[in-house]
Ligand binder design. Structure first.
Ligand code: GAR
Length: 193
């Protein structure tokens, strides 16, 4: 097999999608390895999970930088220090500048909890319920400057069931997220996306 792609993951919180990627990458034939986890919040629970897996971690608060661009330039230095080929956003709740997304274009992935282009932004599950949709789901896409706008790599669908709340719907979607992201990263690492 060709050399595994080196992958950095950016999180802000729980990190369950990060954990799904870490678990998938343990398979000997998986074409990517997780080389570092970055969080913009030092208290993100996912950092502890990554450390327990022996993965390098780093944190920076944007508030300690004079501008978003300065923060992102330092972030790119960290990612390049890890020699990351691919960067996966996994619940990373910061909007990135066009400069950052251009730098990583084609190598920057995100998972979003809706069937894009439906429901970009926040509170996707509540908005799907308010919209009375029959189906909801998640999307892994390449990141471009527009919010949740880049080309989709894979999507997974779930039914919306009678009596669903944002929480029950989110839980049903999350099960699919944990399968979808490893599969999408596999495709990108193999040059199939
Ligand atoms: C996931 O549901 C992810 O799709 C969503 O945040 C959650 C993070 O959970 N991402 C976004 O809403 C991005 N706009 P996790 O930290 O357990 O992976």
């Amino acid at each position: 097999m060709n050399a595994k792609k080196r992958v950095a993951i950016l999180i802000s919180g729980r990190g369950s999608n990060m954990t799904a990627l870490i678990e998938a990458a343990k398979a000997p034939d998986y074409p990517a390895e997780i080389v570092g986890v970055f969080s913009n919040r030092a208290a993100a629970p996912g950092l502890e999970t990554a450390r327990a897996e022996g993965i390098e971690t780093a944190t920076l608060a944007q508030s300690s930088f004079p501008s978003r661009l300065d923060f992102e330039n330092r972030l790119t230095e960290i990612l390049e220090g890890w020699r990351a080929d691919i960067v996966c956003l996994a619940g990373f709740m910061r909007i990135l500048t066009p400069e950052f997304t251009a730098h990583w274009q084609g190598r920057l992935l995100n998972i979003h909890p809706s069937l894009l282009p439906d429901f970009p932004g926040l509170d996707t599950h509540a908005r799907a319920l308010a919209g009375n949709v029959a189906e909801h789901g998640c999307t892994v896409h390449f990141v471009t400057p527009g919010l949740d706008e880049g080309p989709a790599i894979l999507q997974a669908r779930v039914p919306v069931l009678p009596g669903d709340t944002p929480e029950t719907l989110a839980a049903r979607v999350l099960v699919e997220e944990h399968k979808l992201y490893p599969e999408a990263l596999r495709m990108v690492a193999l040059g199939e996306a």
